[in-house]
Design a binder for this molecule. Sequence first.
Ligand SMILES: NC(=O)c1ccc[n+]([C@@H]2O[C@H](COP(=O)([O-])OP(=O)(O)OC[C@H]3O[C@@H](n4cnc5c(N)ncnc54)[C@H](O)[C@@H]3O)[C@@H](O)[C@H]2O)c1
Length: 258
Amino acid sequence: MNKKTAIIVGGGRSLGAYLSKHLAQNGYDVAVIDLDGENAASVAAEINAEGGRAVGYRCDATDESAVIDTFAKIRAELGNIYLMVYVAGIAKSRKITDFELSDFNLCVNVNLTGYFLCAREAARIMIAEGTRGRIIQINSKSGKEGSKFNSGYSSSKFGGWGLTQSIALDLAPHGITVNALMLGNLLNSDMFRSLVPSYAKKLGIPEEEVVPYYQAKTPMNRGCEFSDVAAVLTFYASEGASYCTGQAINITGGQVMH
Ligand SMILES: NC(=O)c1ccc[n+]([C@@H]2O[C@H](COP(=O)([O-])OP(=O)(O)OC[C@H]3O[C@@H](n4cnc5c(N)ncnc54)[C@H](O)[C@@H]3O)[C@@H](O)[C@H]2O)c1
């Protein structure tokens, strides 16, 4: 039997690229999917250069036929699809009175609809092959608590939690588990940095004080690191977590406790 395959949707950069490499180092064959096909290919090339096995795929996770085609290709080329991690996400930050419908729709499409489409395809294949697999969504603490100036992001991430619970119920009879990881702020990420000007405005502080502000809000007094996410992901992907499903697991340094 070939190795287990992990599909990382949104694996072309940042957290997704880190998790792709982490899973390769932990013995998975990796399918790196991203809207940016060049990034997906270069992450896969790095994994292959280090002795792993990976293939990069350009795919828009919000496009139904593209998702169906890409998952079929991965099934044919790598096989044994055991884990699907939905990392793709987008954040647009504005006060509700200035929030464009197009930005709201983009958040819902990428953060929620894309997760639905990829989870559905993964589930279809796992059921057809009798695989007791794992579906994991990268969510956010903003999927549990509203977030000022983040109506599109927060509401779509809340939706992801409901989707996680519902799919978990659908798939429990097949032994497939579905969980969401609710991250604290990845203070070193491009996504967080892109939000700094808007956060400075909402907090009424200079931009250079935004990162220290968010750090101090966390009981552990630091931001969430990619390695924190990888460690928890490893457990929820493992056989040891086979009795955990429908959960929204906080990785927030104590900032969220419910
Ligand atoms: N950055 C943070 O502070 C933070 C905090 C909590 C949760 N998160 C979540 O972690 C995840 C990763 O965040 P990040 O900071 O690495 O984001 P990022 O924007 O740096 O990377 C997201 C990746 O997803 C890809 N992507 C976007 N739309 C896509 C689509 N339609 N189809 C396929 N791929 C698509 C992008 O090309 C990119 O490679 C997201 O789900 C985000 O909501 C991030």
